[in-house]
Design a protein around this ligand. Structure first.
Ligand code: HXC
Length: 514
């Protein structure tokens, strides 16, 4: 064969191999509002930057007539490319080939690119669109999943791992995304569940649609498995591109520095918190009043809304925000909000991202439901995550800082580097009403006018404790600041902590209250 003919043969083979499951299967995919695996990879990476590996890999299944169905690539595309000119590794399951199901060679391709990503210390993006373990390949498929989970765990905290759910993600397949840092879902397209509607019907006799069982909003709002919700694949790809600007490429680096910018003039920090301490407000307005361009990239927007987490930049540098949200349940801490914040704190700590905590909450949520759901265990995760974090940590107490919540929300006592309080801060063991009712109970009950005495005692307690000055007098907070001074204080405190060195005792690892 001449050189020219070799080249032509290669091109022909490549073209054939890139056809996926054929026209009919692709038409079905497109009709569902889904892009093909190749289009998805292209949409995420820099233009023309994708290099594909293992295009000619073939599956090894020989049972159930699988030997008659050989399709190149085995249902998954793997490769490397760039985002903003920096290298990333990526894989995308191709639902048009055997329903994107995972057989031995399919799994080997994924583990190959995972090994590559970890060795090269670059982010790994996995696009999941699969019917799960390839039934015809039996235990080889299960082995494949196990090897993926093992690598997800090994790479955790070393390189960023991003999972994108763009189709079904069924059975054990859901556990790879669950082991990664960020899970993206798209309305009407993403479906995640351990056991599908069919199994539920046969075992429990209950009818449920795939959407109701494990659709995109279910995982964004109820289960907390998803971190980002989008209405279309295109919107999802934009979210991924935005996320990647905030995080470093691996745990030995810092996130890219951007040109510093002031918050927008409309974000007036002095007009956000209402005069009446019982009234709610949106804590995200405070975040936007201190970040560059008032930009805040919220994570898990729909889950445990009583706490807000996400990234912003201060003076050009990425910061992770953890903030109580008075708009939901008065910003109280509970099982889900503790889980949500604790995991994010650990992410920031693993990837050298300073944490800014904004505090306004009445403590942990009381009640039988919470106690029985394990608020002790879940709440402890928050204490653990803050205490072990060695990245710069700054707290601003905006309003309420009561009880265990005061300690948990990155207090000085858990190792915060800087703690500021606004003059509106109320730092106490509990709210004035509850406190007065307990410590002055006898006086209130025995007085001639119990209601009047109660009011007086509440006021007495407020005057004494519902302010930041008692804590300031003991050095528990460093400075009482005016709201307008917040951004400047954050810039300065993050600047002086840029070379922070903090160590923990040598150990294999701690035992967090998982
Ligand atoms: C082999 C599969 C497959 C699978 C789908 N296909 N899932 N092939 N193994 N797991 C094939 C179908 O046979 C079909 O092939 C093609 O993919 C498209 O599938 P359809 O059913 O036509 O598509 P759709 O109607 O869109 O339904 C998609 C689906 C459904 C919801 C994913 O296929 C489904 O329920 N699949 C099984 C899901 C499941 O229970 N997986 C768990 C496996 S156990 P043809 O040739 O007809 O086009 C598991 C345990 C792992 O994952 C544990 C690890 C720890």
């Amino acid at each position: 064969m001449s050189f020219k003919r070799n080249i032509l043969e290669l091109r022909k083979r490549k073209k054939e191999a890139q056809q996926g499951g054929g026209e009919k299967a692709i038409e079905k995919q497109v009709a569902m509002g889904k892009k093909t695996a190749r289009e998805r990879v292209k949409a995420i990476l820099d233009e023309n930057s994708f290099h594909e590996y293992d295009l000619f890999v073939e599956h090894t299944g020989r049972d159930f007539d699988m030997d008659k169905k050989i399709l190149h690539g085995d249902g998954v595309i793997i490769g490397t490319g760039t985002m903003y000119g920096q290298p990333v590794a990526i894989y995308a399951q191709d639902f048009t080939v055997f329903g994107g199901s995972l057989g031995l060679m399919h799994a080997r391709k994924i583990t190959k690119i995972m090994d590559h990503a970890l060795k090269m210390r670059v982010p790994l993006i996995g696009i999941n669109d699969s019917g799960g373990a390839r039934i015809q390949e039996g235990v080889n498929s299960l082995a494949g999943y196990g090897e993926i989970f093992y690598r997800n765990t090994n790479a955790s905290g070393v390189i960023p791992q991003i999972s994108v759910i763009l189709g079904p993600c069924a059975g054990g397949a859901v556990y790879s995304p669950a082991l990664t840092d960020f899970v993206f879902v798209v309305e009407n397209i993403s479906k995640m569940f351990i056991t599908g509607p069919g199994v539920i019907k046969s075992v429990l006799g209950e009818e449920i649609s795939m959407e109701e069982l494990g659709g995109a909003m279910v995982h964004s709002e109820i289960s907390g498995n998803a971190h980002f919700f989008a209405k279309s694949e295109d919107e999802c790809f934009e979210q991924i591109k935005k996320l990647i600007t905030f995080i470093p490429w691996n745990n030995a680096q810092k996130a890219l520095r951007f040109p510093a910018a002031e918050p927008l003039a409309s974000a007036n920090i002095e007009e956000i918190v209402p005069n009446d301490p019982h009234l709610p407000y949106d804590i995200r307005d405070v975040i936007r009043a201190v970040t560059d361009n008032s930009d805040f990239f919220e994570i898990m927007e729909y889950f445990a809304r009583n706490i807000v987490i996400g990234f912003g930049r201060i003076d050009g540098n990425t910061v992770g925000f953890v903030a109580n949200q008075p708009m939901y349940l008065a910003g109280v801490l509970d099982c889900d909000s503790s889980d949500k914040a604790a995991r994010f704190i650990r992410y920031c700590d693993a990837f050298n991202i300073p944490i800014v905590t904004l505090e306004d909450m009445p403590g942990y949520l009381p009640g039988v439901d919470q106690e029985h759901a394990g608020v002790i265990r879940h709440g402890a995760k928050l204490l653990y995550a803050y205490s072990e974090a060695t990245v710069p940590r700054v707290t601003v107490i905006i309003r309420k800082a009561y009880g265990g919540g005061y300690i948990a929300m990155n207090s000085r006592h858990l190792g915060a580097d800087f703690v500021f309080a606004w003059p509106t801060a109320e730092i106490a063991v509990m709210g004035p009403e509850g406190a007065a009712n307990i410590i002055f109970k006898k006086e209130i009950d025995e007085s001639e006018n119990p209601e009047e005495t109660r009011k007086q005692k509440i006021q007495e307690y407020k005057d004494k404790f519902a302010n930041p000055f008692v804590a300031a007098s003991k050095g528990y907070i460093d400075e009482v600041i005016e709201p307008l001074e917040t951004r400047a204080r954050l810039i300065h405190s993050l600047e002086v902590s840029a070379s922070k060195v903090d160590t923990r005792p040598l150990r294999k690892h701690g035992i967090p209250p998982f």
